[in-house]
Design a protein around this ligand. Structure first.
Ligand SMILES: NC(=O)C1=CN([C@@H]2O[C@H](COP(=O)(O)OP(=O)(O)OC[C@H]3O[C@@H](n4cnc5c(N)ncnc54)[C@H](OP(=O)(O)O)[C@@H]3O)[C@@H](O)[C@H]2O)C=CC1
Ligand SMILES: N[C@@H](CC=O)C(=O)O
Length: 376
């Protein structure tokens, strides 16, 4: 049986769903001769580890207890007295994680999985990659930090995967990598890359108020932990930047023109997230509904569009024909049109669910399994 040891950073909606997928896929993986050994899981402040990571793993009962504890809003620290595991907190977390990466990097290898939404993980990811570990990200922030950090992170191309960072489980990065590696130059990508905006826009077209549909998108697991990351356009800009960098454009977030749906006085440094969700959002209802009605009177719909072309990337709202490919999108679906030499007149089109814990975690799991040939 091929064993893949795994350490998971981030145990929110996506991280917990990943653990559920790992447990429910046991019979399938067993038929394929693969065993995913989860040796540790951490949240923002604690790390829970198998008692002896070299020989033991967090068993399925422990993984489900981790999920239960995190769903209830508690810290992993509360697992201190649970079963046969060790818990580390505070500064010890990163130290211990690197220690494990060092040990496994020199022996069997380790899949180090970032399902956090933190910008602070980039350093630890770079260190574990240097130590020989495989890195999988659902988190877009490390890939959209400085160009220097990005270059370092992608400098081990056979040991890094981040399919779920754009289009959740959709095969976007894999398709682009195939085109790039066979010398098919990509001239332009146009897309609707936000499950949140997709869902919000189509629910607004059904006459529902903006404030209600943003809260619903959050409950459905489509939004970022703070939905302003979506509504500011920043989440789409990050995805655009990840694609642009993959195509070789030397861009950073500051180079991207981004349109925000809320004013500066509702920004995270001014208004706590709960305040924004309860009191801020209703103040935006009328303005957004007016924009939808105006577009509709011309037979058009609003879509939040990402355009990458000529070494530039821009993201913002566009009025599009109802009957255009992007105009026809419903719900949390994403759609990308990719134009290249081979797909010059008719673009390569990738469409499907572009957000949600299930599809995102499935994409992360597929990325982990993609490394199987590197493990024995
Ligand atoms: N939902 C979706 O459709 C998609 C999500 N993604 C990405 O997946 C990631 C996870 O999203 P989601 O699960 O919704 O987010 P959540 O906010 O639900 O969970 C984030 C988790 O990360 C933990 N965390 C925060 N900082 C750190 C840190 N420095 N080290 C380790 N863990 C940390 C949090 O800990 P604590 O519990 O202590 O706060 C929490 O457990 C995000 O980056 C998101 O952009 C990507 C594609 C689609
Ligand atoms: N918040 C994102 C989740 C996936 O990246 C979105 O709405 O698309």
């Amino acid at each position: 049986m091929k064993k893949i040891p795994l350490l998971l950073m981030g145990c929110g909606g996506v991280g917990r769903q990943l653990l559920h997928h790992i447990v429910s896929c046991r019979p399938l993986h067993s038929k394929q001769g693969i065993r995913l050994r989860v040796v540790g899981v951490c949240d923002s402040n604690s790390l829970v580890l198998a008692s002896d990571v070299s020989t033991k793993e967090l068993d399925d009962a422990s993984l489900m207890e981790v999920c239960r504890i995190k769903s209830s809003g508690s810290s992993l620290h509360s697992l201190s007295n649970f079963g046969d595991c060790q818990v580390f907190s505070g500064q010890e977390v990163v130290k211990k994680a690197i220690d494990i990466a060092d040990r496994f990097g020199k022996s069997t290898g380790l899949a180090f999985v970032d399902c956090s939404a933190s910008s602070k993980t980039v350093e630890v990811l770079n260190q574990v990659a240097d130590l020989g570990c495989c890195v999988v990200l659902a988190n877009k922030k490390p890939l959209t930090a400085s160009l220097e950090a990005y270059d370092k992170l992608v400098s081990h191309p056979r040991r890094i995967r981040h399919e779920s960072t754009v289009g959740a489980g959709l095969p976007v990065i894999a398709s682009l990598n195939r085109m790039i590696s066979c010398g098919d130059p990509i001239h332009c990508i146009i897309g609707s890359l936000s499950g949140t905006f997709g869902y919000v826009m189509s629910e607004l077209e059904n006459g529902k108020p903006f404030s209600k549909v943003v809260n619903a998108a959050k409950s459905l697991g489509y939004t970022e932990p703070d939905p302003r990351d979506d509504l500011s356009g920043m989440d789409v800009a990050r995805k655009g930047l990840i694609l642009a960098r993959l195509l070789g454009h030397r861009l950073s977030l500051e180079n991207i023109k981004i349109e925000s749906l809320y004013p500066l006085e509702m920004a995270p440094n001014v208004l706590p997230v709960e305040d924004f969700l309860v009191n801020g959002l209703p103040l935006l209802d009328k303005d957004i509904q007016d924009r939808i009605t105006k577009a509709s009177s011309k037979g058009k719909v609003l879509r939040y569009v990402c355009l990458i072309e000529n070494n530039r990337c821009e993201v913002g709202i566009q009025e599009l024909e109802k009957d255009s490919p992007l105009g026809r999108l419903r719900g949390s679906d994403n759609l990308l049109e990719i134009y290249s030499r081979c797909y010059r007149e008719q673009p390569l089109v990738i469409q499907g669910a572009g957000a949600g814990n299930d599809t995102t975690a499935a994409g992360v799991l597929a990325d982990i399994l993609d490394f199987q040939d590197l493990f024995s």
